[in-house]
Design a protein around this ligand. Structure first.
Ligand code: SF4
Ligand code: SF4
Length: 84
């Protein structure tokens, strides 16, 4: 089975959890299980100059990934076969 590459631009992730919810809904994932982790990395710096970012970590197993389609910011895309 062809495995496509999923590219994630963490600068565009707003931490909305839509990818996680779409994955659960489309794939029947039970509440106590997740295939799409979402972390907050940080905070870095000192107040008032504090920064951090969200880090989504989908499993990347679906050929037609609900987590990619659900993202409102377009942070994730899939490449065509043979491209990176
Ligand atoms: S690739 Fe599929 S199973 Fe994996 S996180 Fe995305 S929607 Fe869920
Ligand atoms: S990757 Fe997209 S859908 Fe998932 S939390 Fe970030 S902005 Fe929301």
């Amino acid at each position: 089975m062809t495995r496509l590459t999923m590219l994630i631009d963490v600068q565009r992730c707003i931490g909305c959890w839509s990818c996680n919810i779409a994955c659960k809904q489309e794939n029947g994932v039970p509440p106590e299980v997740t295939r799409n982790e979402l972390f907050f990395v940080g905070p870095f710096g000192e107040y008032p100059d504090v920064k951090g970012y969200f880090l989504p970590r989908p499993c990347m197993h679906c050929e037609d990934a609900a987590c990619v389609k659900a993202c409102p910011t377009g942070r994730a895309t899939r490449t065509a076969p043979g491209r990176c």
